[in-house]
Design a protein around this ligand. Structure first.
Ligand code: FAD
Length: 447
């Protein structure tokens, strides 16, 4: 019998356990992707653009191996069951995922297959260590990173799987054409002019370049905002164009790789939290006694990169321009919104989610809650002083000048404090509030 391999956020042929097992069984394989309008409507334009490119790349990779990618439009569960029926499939394979929608899809597929001879099986592949495979004594997931990290490192990782050499697909299965770039118009948010191209082929090139010439300088440079010393593989991991396990295995043991591999564990950490707490995007993971400020105007200025605090605006504008933001800038901008302005973390998380190419429920909202003090931070009252952060991680003001062109003429000493400079360009706003002021007090104009 045939096996349907339902691709979701695992758009690759290398190290793909669900696909590998279907091919190994020697059956007909039906690689399937369902374009689900309810999911598309909630997605960022930037991510739909990446998705379209990744699907095109995946179809090429499957065709070059004698296979194909079948595409359907509609409800994922209904369409998958329909394809299984048409092909007389005995099994559906998919990669296990943790978001609320993904968990629902997995449940509904299982329910739809109940009573039939169809077996629905989930496989690892979205994380290095599958969520809930390492658990603390007496709990279903780790709440704090460091003990998780120790268990994660000590865990025996599964072996890496090669891409299939050949696969056999049914030859009479009707398939819709692949979506073109206009599909992105169904999504939300802006389309960033400098976003990365999606797909397994460009992702693998980025991986090689990173391993050959980037990773060695990671520990030293990853926090420096202007250095571009991080991998920029997050969107590739988000869509599974790269296997996180392959990346971790390739990285481990290289000079300077420890700090990098640790970040992959952070990613897994948020996924195992979300597996146990799927409401992560809406509910406080842990309650914090605070009063949030409603500041519609301030929120709009923050989103547009017009707060008048250069380091915050630079981050927010990098996001709009590239569909990406440096991790240090994510921390600074998120802390500014939730801790300095006192605006609720969902407002910031939703904006990030509408723009980021790597936007992912577990990683985005998990990190937002961490910054806002409702998540897993062991120091929930931590608050970043944006100006001190700026001095430390952008000492020359290079990052600020790159993304805030109004400030291009200022030197290192002025770029982070334009309001103190006689050369402050008139077109750049004054800060909406004192960046070093007391926490969560809402908008208080500088005198
Ligand atoms: P590198 O520094 O090269 O790290 C390698 C990989 O490790 C990343 O690609 C990512 O997959 C993972 N990683 C690194 N840091 C983290 C982290 N703190 N949490 C989870 N995974 C991590 N990351 C996302 O992938 N999607 C998101 O939606 C997302 N939203 C975020 C929101 C906020 C408020 C903050 C503070 C962080 C967020 N991150 C998110 C984590 C991190 O900022 C990005 O993963 C990182 O900046 C991506 O750049 P890179 O690939 O060059 O990372």
């Amino acid at each position: 019998a045939a096996t349907v391999v339902l691709f979701t956020r695992d758009l690759r042929v290398h190290d793909h356990p669900a696909l590998h097992e279907a091919v190994r069984r020697g059956d007909l394989v039906v690689p399937l992707f369902v374009l689900d309008p309810t999911i598309l409507r909630r997605s960022a334009r930037n991510r739909i653009a990446y998705l379209v490119e990744a699907l095109t790349d995946l179809r090429e990779a499957l065709r070059s191996r004698g296979g194909d990618l079948f595409v359907r439009y509609g409800d994922t569960v209904t369409e998958t069951m329909r394809v299984a029926e048409i092909t007389g499939a005995g099994a559906i394979h998919l990669s296990y995922d943790v978001g609320r929608m993904a968990q629902r899809r997995q449940r509904h597929l299982r329910r739809a297959a109940e009573g039939s001879r169809l077996a629905v099986t989930t496989f690892p592949g979205v994380t290095v260590v599958p969520p809930l495979e390492v658990t603390p004594a007496g709990g279903d997931h780790y709440r704090v990173f460091t003990p998780y990290w120790r268990a994660w490192e000590a865990h025996t990782w599964r072996r890496r799987l090669p891409a299939p050499q050949r696969l056999h697909v049914p030859n009479d299965l009707p398939s819709e054409r692949l979506p073109d770039a206009t599909l992105r118009d169904q999504g939300r948010g802006p389309l960033s002019p400098e976003r990365q191209r999606g797909g397994e082929s460009p992702a693998r090139q980025r991986l090689r370049t990173w391993l050959d010439s980037g990773i060695a300088g990671y520990a030293e440079g990853s926090d420096m905002l202007a250095a571009d010393a991080t991998s920029r593989l997050s969107a590739d991991l988000r869509f599974g164009c790269l296997s996180p396990l392959e990346l971790a295995r390739e990285a481990r043991g290289r000079p300077g790789a420890d700090a990098f591999v640790r970040q992959l564990a952070w990613r897994d950490f948020h996924h195992q939290v979300t597996a146990a707490f799927p409401g992560i995007a809406r509910q406080d993971y842990r309650s914090r006694d605070t009063t949030w400020v409603s500041d519609t105007e301030g929120l709009a200025l923050w989103r547009a990169g017009q707060t008048g605090v250069p380091i915050v605006d630079a981050g927010m504008r990098q996001l709009l321009r590239e569909g990406f933001m440096h991790n240090r800038a994510r921390l600074i901008t998120a802390s500014f919104l939730t801790r300095t302005m006192g605006v609720h973390w969902t407002c910031g998380g939703d904006h990030f989610h509408e723009v980021l190419c790597d936007g992912d429920i577990a990683d985005n909202y998990g990190n937002w809650q961490w910054v806002a003090g409702t998540g897993n931070d062991t120091r929930p009252n931590r608050r970043f002083n944006p100006l001190r952060q700026a001095q430390r991680f952008d000492p020359e003001g290079e990052y600020v000048r790159r993304y805030v062109p109004e400030l291009a003429g200022l030197d290192a000493a002025e770029a982070h404090w334009p309001w103190r400079s006689s050369r402050r360009p008139a077109e750049y706003p004054l800060p909406i509030l004192d960046p070093e002021g007391a926490a969560g007090t809402g908008a208080r104009p500088l005198g």
